[in-house]
Design a protein around this ligand. Structure first.
Ligand code: GUN
Ligand code: ZN
Length: 452
């Protein structure tokens, strides 16, 4: 048995990876598709990508090849906004944002003061992401430092690249979920020192949203971001009309919701703003000018009745806003980035905007990687990139197989049906750092020695 650290493994199948944004480069120039391809991995990185026939001959003896003859092999999916403490909040009935937080979310987040519960939740959550083909996520923990510790420890154990942070809240939440401006700063900084850049883990300074922070806390968050410019900032912005009105009442000096974050230095290219639905023109300019990322969370926006994200408005301007896609579980209703992209398509239909399948698959892989500033590490299958892969089966269910039987070989048609009908059942396997991270799928054949 070869040494794990240097063992060469490979995944064989129909390899698809993006080389650019289809909306900018043109569909035909945005991807590479290899009908019988091989992704060769060693030491956690991709070493080669190309035709199986040629590359199989180059594998050292003792290499393992996982063959998915009909599988689509892609870079692992990336989720740019999700709450790990909300695995038992998902699917809670009948409330819009502020009531939903009070009635369901805060009580559940209070339970994560227990480190054992946090650890168990982190395990379930990461299992669920990997089952859905998601290998990187930007994750909200709770206000409790131990919840962050539990999450990063579990991610490190699995070798996943994750971004996460302690939620900062010093008002408008139950007393057990509040910190203070100074405490939040020091606890965040200690976690950041411990985890940011340790292996594959990255830290996000996480003021929940302006409504649950005082001016002093937002100022402290901005100071922390200035002191640690490689850390991320993540928060929520302009999701719901009642939230916007309440925020304006709390910050009467601000000309807009976005201007609150601007005032405290929280905008910038490493800042991720969940939702961004009801922005005025000045706010759109603030986001564009600062290089901030607007995160579209379609299943959440529909489920909580928040509104319809306006992609064309944010992207179709001389200075576009950077946009990413995310589940926002537990406001969001699915862990699957396939389902999430399908709901994004429907939201855009209601806005009379089109969103081809290639754009959607670009968004959940390379597009989200670039939104996180990680386009050189994850999101596409290239030598030197981290070896996080998903293998998809576009015939995974009877309905999918039936639909596919009536189809030609057109890749974008296959991708669109996969996204519309697919979910976790379409994920045949997920690889993290070159190693299989999910139970073997039916389509998978492991060959002890590569066929030569
Ligand atoms: N705004 C502030 N906190 C949250 C949250 O947990 N979920 C969503 N969807 N919006 C928020
Ligand atoms: Zn959220």
């Amino acid at each position: 048995m070869a040494d794990e650290a240097v063992a060469t493994t490979a995944v064989r199948g129909r390899v698809l990876t993006f080389t650019g944004d289809p909306a900018l480069a043109g569909a035909d120039r945005s991807y590479r598709y290899i009908p019988d391809g091989l992704v060769v991995m060693q030491g956690g990185l991709i070493r080669a990508v190309g035709d199986a026939a040629a590359l199989l001959r180059t594998l050292p003896p003792g290499s393992t090849v996982d063959h998915h003859p009909a599988g689509l092999v892609m870079a692992g999916f990336i989720d740019t906004h999700i709450h790990y403490p909300q695995t038992r909040v998902i699917g809670s009935y009948g409330a819009q944002l502020l009531e939903w937080l009070q009635r369901y979310t805060f009580p559940e987040e209070e339970r994560l003061h227990d480190p054992d519960r946090a650890a168990g939740t982190a395990r379930f959550f990461l299992d669920e992401l990997l089952r859905n083909g998601t290998t990187t996520a930007a994750v909200y923990c709770t206000v409790h430092p131990a919840s962050v510790e539990a999450f990063f420890a579990e991610s490190e154990r699995r070798g996943t690249r994750m971004i996460a942070g302690k939620v900062l809240m010093d008002r408008n939440a139950p007393p057990d979920l509040l910190d203070t401006a100074a405490q939040g700063y020091h606890e965040s900084e200690a976690l950041l020192h411990r985890w940011h850049g340790r292996g594959r883990q990255l830290y996000a300074i996480t003021p929940r949203f302006a409504f649950t922070s005082t001016d002093a806390q937002l100022e402290a968050a901005g100071a922390l971001a200035r002191a640690h410019p490689t850390a991320y900032v993540q928060t929520h912005l302009s999701e719901n009309h009642a939230e916007i009105a309440a925020t304006k009442a709390l910050f009467p000096w601000a000309r807009s919701y976005t201007a609150v974050y601007e005032r405290y230095g929280l905008l910038g290219p490493r800042s991720l703003f969940g939702h961004c639905i009801h922005l005025d023109e000045d706010e759109v300019e603030l986001l564009a000018g600062s290089g901030s990322v607007a995160v579209f969370c379609p299943t959440s926006n529909l489920f909580l009745g928040s509104g319809l994200f306006d992609l064309a408005r944010l992207r179709g301007r001389a200075a576009p806003v950077r946009v990413a896609l995310a589940t926002d579980v537990g406001g969001g209703t699915s862990y699957s980035m396939l389902r999430t992209a399908a709901e994004a398509y429907k939201v855009l239909q209601l806005r009379r905007q089109s969103w081809p399948a290639l754009d959607a698959f670009y968004a959940i892989t390379r597009g989200n990687a670039e939104a996180l500033g990680l386009g050189n590490q994850i999101g596409s299958l290239e030598p030197g990139h981290e070896a996080d892969l998903v293998v998809l089966d576009s015939r995974a269910t009877p309905a999918m197989a039936h639909r596919r039987a009536g189809m030609g070989e057109d890749l974008s048609e296959e991708l669109f049906a996969l996204l519309t009908l697919g979910d976790d059942r379409a994920v045949a396997a997920t690889y993290v750092g070159g190693r299989l991270a999910t139970p073997a799928g039916a389509a998978r054949v492991r060959e002890a020695e590569p066929a030569r």
